[in-house]
Design a protein around this ligand. Structure first.
Ligand SMILES: O=C(O)CCC(=O)C(=O)O
Ligand SMILES: [Fe+2]
Length: 674
């Protein structure tokens, strides 16, 4: 399982996730103590990105929609001449900074390019006179007031000017940087971030009488003229006088000769440029989104549009979607139900048809039999490499058709088996079968939640995308997750557990049968296995995937089994690039971020009701697996044996013994394969 780390995990009983140390705030402008009080704020970047439709940029400062800027973060990296006042923000666009070892400061090494998607999106917003929401990070050195939160939403701004200017870097170089002037869109409301002693006009709301003090763009008091060389229009924005600001023009900044550090450092904006004010065009969109309307016609609760975070209507905290079926404010703990509707049967059918055609297509174009008549293919999976995956053995287990693949190491020795149990309509529609289990899990709260998986406890904390709840012995992947005992597990979980116990017995016996009489290596899958004492329930909403990982934690038994319910997915296997020893025997592709990796060797569709069993501990040394999602709602009930003998703490051993004991009352759920 990919590591998913939990620091102080919330459970259904201990209530919602509360971030310690954040003063509660209830929106508005300034508190009774005079503290600035933004209407919308967040302790975490993840909260912003999940709750605000106009800021979904986990990295970088700009968020765009259809190549138009809609959200912008101004945080710790600031440049000379940056402005952060009540109505005007001037800053640079585009990162491009790197650490300069000599000065220890972040510097830019090269001029910003003339055209990239970010600049295009900012220019598009300027042209369209559309608004951009600005969020201020607490480390911005120009914050005009004491930053009330790690991230605070300022307001909507329009972009009035975009130009490129020379900036002196701390290492002595001068580079040209794109600069953006944002102006608050609604000038008649006060700005919560304005310093309390701000002068009227400059820093706070314009009263109607003040309006006359500000010039419209036509009344811009500085020079504003066309360049005689490129014929493009530039405003006089620097006190040194007018110059052409078109970076492509021969007379850009007057000259082609290098601009010195001293010239760049002495530049200053004109009063006229800073003080211009532009009329707002069109009504402003809502800055504070309402709690998602889960009754919205046509939404059933797990589609991308309905699984977002939210802004707490009470305290303004941007909260992430932590729980499967409720929204809990990460600051004030207020919560709202987010009930799931049953998943439409028609969606499931369409998704199953799609996954079949996709697997067929991949088999024909990429599979080992590409170009060979389809009748010769293994129609259960897409086998991509015969060096690894030899033809499967077919079985019938109970009412399931099954296929078993052996996974070898680089010397060709079998180290494990992967068995797919293909379900069917008969199995799925039986009472307490996969249809019933899927329905039950969809609408019951079994405690599914997302757990911190990266940068735990920091403002850059990342959560697992999918939702989890562990039952039985505690499965520690990375850092521990909480577990509920099997004695408090809902019926659906216990029924799934018994199905997996049955499937693993079939798969292990079949593996042993096939290997009997063969010479096997020391890493061959063992002929028997331990009965599961753990079940990890996973809930996937639309597009939730699991990246490549292994289930190779040392305390795990040799067998891992999973029951798939709802929307289909494709489970993929590939040998690990360095640890597998396959060297140049297999083709290499590139994974996310261009990282080299072996191409997958086996891709198996897992559809509603299907089960899989991986048997053999060494699989996880040599191979990794991933789950590619298709469709809108899936559960995977995965079971393992966690060996108390390999736990170091006596408390963990005792906990595993109690929680992992399969309750006697569940024996009536024992499964026979039908
Ligand atoms: O989604 C699945 O079926 C399997 C998930 C998985 O690989 C895991 O839980 O380790
Ligand atoms: Fe896994």
């Amino acid at each position: 399982m990919p590591s998913a780390i939990e620091n102080r995990p919330p459970t259904i009983t201990d209530g919602p996730f509360v971030i310690v140390g954040t003063p509660p705030s209830d929106g508005g402008n300034t508190s009774s103590t005079g503290q600035p009080r933004p209407e919308i704020w967040s302790n975490m970047r993840g909260g912003l990105c999940e709750a605000l439709p106009y800021y979904r940029a986990y990295k970088g400062s700009l968020h765009t929609k259809e190549v138009c800027a809609i959200g912008f973060l101004i945080d710790k990296e600031a440049d000379p001449r940056d402005v952060f006042s009540a109505q005007v923000v001037i800053c640079s666009a585009g990162g491009g900074r790197e650490l300069d070892r000599e000065t220890g400061s972040m510097v830019r090494r090269a001029d910003a390019v003339d055209d990239n998607t970010g600049i295009r999106a900012l220019k598009a917003a300027k042209e369209a006179r559309s608004v951009v929401a600005i969020i201020a990070g607490q480390n911005n050195p120009n914050y005009p007031c004491h930053p009330p939160h790690p991230y605070s939403v300022l307001d909507y701004f329009q972009i009035t000017d975009i130009w490129k200017e020379p900036q002196a870097q701390r290492n002595g170089n001068v580079v040209k940087v794109w600069r953006i002037r944002f102006e608050k869109a609604e000038l008649h409301t006060s700005s919560w971030w304005a310093p309390r002693n701000a002068k009227d006009g400059d820093n706070n709301a314009l009263s109607p009488s003040h309006n006359s003090e500000y010039l419209s763009i036509e009344e811009f008091s500085g020079q504003s003229r066309h360049c005689v060389i490129c014929w493009q229009h530039s405003k006089e924005i620097f006190t040194v006088g007018w110059m052409c600001l078109n970076p492509g023009c021969a007379s850009y900044f007057h000259t082609h000769s290098p601009i010195t550090n001293a010239t760049a450092s002495s530049l200053a904006y004109t009063e006229a440029f800073l003080n211009q004010r532009n009329p707002l065009i069109g009504p402003l969109p809502k800055l504070k989104p309402s709690i998602p309307d889960l009754d919205t016609v046509g939404l059933h609760g797990t589609e991308s549009d309905s699984r977002c975070g939210f802004v707490c209507p009470d305290c303004g905290c941007c909260s992430r979607r932590l729980f499967w079926n409720r929204l809990v404010c990460e600051n004030c703990s207020r919560w709202w139900p987010a009930p799931m509707l049953p998943y439409p049967q028609a969606n499931l059918q369409a998704e199953a048809i799609y996954i079949d055609s996709l697997t067929t297509k991949r088999r024909i174009t990429n599979g080992v039999n590409a170009g060979v008549p389809e009748s010769a293919h293994d129609t259960f999976a897409c086998v991509l490499n015969r060096t690894c995956i030899q033809p499967a053995e077919g079985f019938v287990f109970g009412s399931y058709t099954a296929r078993q693949y052996f996974l070898p190491d680089a010397t060709g020795q079998v180290i494990g088996s992967f068995t797919l149990f293909v379900s069917n309509q008969n199995i799925n529609s039986r009472q307490h079968g996969p249809d019933d289990l899927f329905r039950e899990l969809s609408v019951t709260d079994i405690g599914l939640k997302r757990n911190p998986a990266a940068n735990v406890g920091s403002k850059h904390e990342g959560l697992t995308r999918h939702f989890q709840q562990n039952f039985g012995a505690r499965y520690k992947f990375g850092v521990s997750v909480q577990s509920k005992g099997f004695d408090e597990a809902p019926q659906a979980v216990l029924r799934a557990l018994h199905r997996l116990i049955w499937a693993s017995k079939c798969a292990v016996a079949a593996t042993a049968g096939r290997l009997a009489g063969q010479t096997v290596g020391p890493n061959a899958p063992p002929p028997t296995s331990n009965e599961f004492n753990e079940l990890l329930a996973l809930g996937f909403m639309e597009k939730d995937s699991i990246n490549y990982h292994d289930d190779g934690e040392t305390e795990l038994g040799p067998t891992v089994a999973a029951l798939s319910l709802g929307s289909p997915s494709i489970m993929k296997f590939r040998p690990k690039l360095r640890k597998s020893g396959f060297g140049d025997m297999l083709p290499i592709g590139s994974g996310p971020g261009g990282k080299k990796a072996f191409k997958s060797v086996l891709e198996v569709p897992m559809k509603h009701g299907d089960m899989m069993v991986m048997h053999g501990q060494h699989i996880h040394r040599i191979y990794e697996h991933a789950v590619e999602p298709f469709g809108g709602r899936r559960f995977s009930m995965t079971s393992r044996y966690i060996d108390p003998g390999k736990m170091t703490l006596q408390a963990d051993k005792d906990d595993a013994a109690v929680k992992g004991a399969i309750p006697a009352h569940s024996q009536e759920f024992t499964y026979d394969g039908n």
